[in-house]
Design a binder for this molecule. Sequence first.
Ligand code: SF4
Length: 284
Amino acid sequence: MTMSYVAQIHSTFGDVEPRHILSLSGGKDSAALAIYLRDRIPQIEYIFHDTDKELPETYDYIARLEAILGKQIARTTPVDSFDHWLAVYRGMLPSNHRRWCTKMLKLKPFEAYVGDGPVINYVGLRADENRTGYISTKPNILAVYPFQDDGLVRADIIRILEDSGLGLPPYMDWGRSRSGCYFCFYQQKIEWVRLLEKHPDYFALALGYEEKAVQFGEQFFWCQSESLRDLAKPERVARIKSDWEKSQERKRSKRKALTLVETLGGLEVEDDSHLRDGCLVCSI
Ligand code: SF4
């Protein structure tokens, strides 16, 4: 820990020894932070907010990370499921403006796990990003950002993951940029198309949620303006792919040459600027 943490911790908690907790999302940055802190903070507790709606690749990644850390990752699966809360919210699917899923499935279970004692919560925001997000604001929880404090950027994170043998999350192999629920509304349309092609069963489940929402008298879409049934039509899929190719071509022509590590890490596939306002607890 840097000196600034130590000063901050003492001014916040006095002499009480806080717990050290790192929340894993299934994403690359929190995984890299877990590895980065493993030997620096041996007493650290790792937790994974399992919504029970994650991709199979995420569960595999968490299991492999657990083996590399040599320590159990506690699962904070909420008592009440997504389906329970969906009924409570009268079929209103969550969205960027109605983010009850993060609150009920991740933040509340996190706060219940933490309790009321002092806690340092390690967050994997990098020094080369300026994301804001939705994290707990309980007064006994102090959020700290070791990668930002130590100046670690995306290339450093990839290096940590490669050196550990863990590598990048396997869903990135098929072009999904983020961790989180398979139906997450933060997906780009091209990611929905990839979900349809890679995991048609999960796509069908997401579509089922949209179509069940009608029972509550109103139609909600994961993509806001377009139903998944329309998005899955062959002509629409072809259009989304071609639009995406064109946008990538425009970006490539503007972009400076990638470093070798970025190229090896496959990061030319997506940028994650669309996640800037996403919930940190889900996507880091
Ligand atoms: S991953 Fe997306 S859908 Fe799942 S809890 Fe987070 S914001 Fe909600």
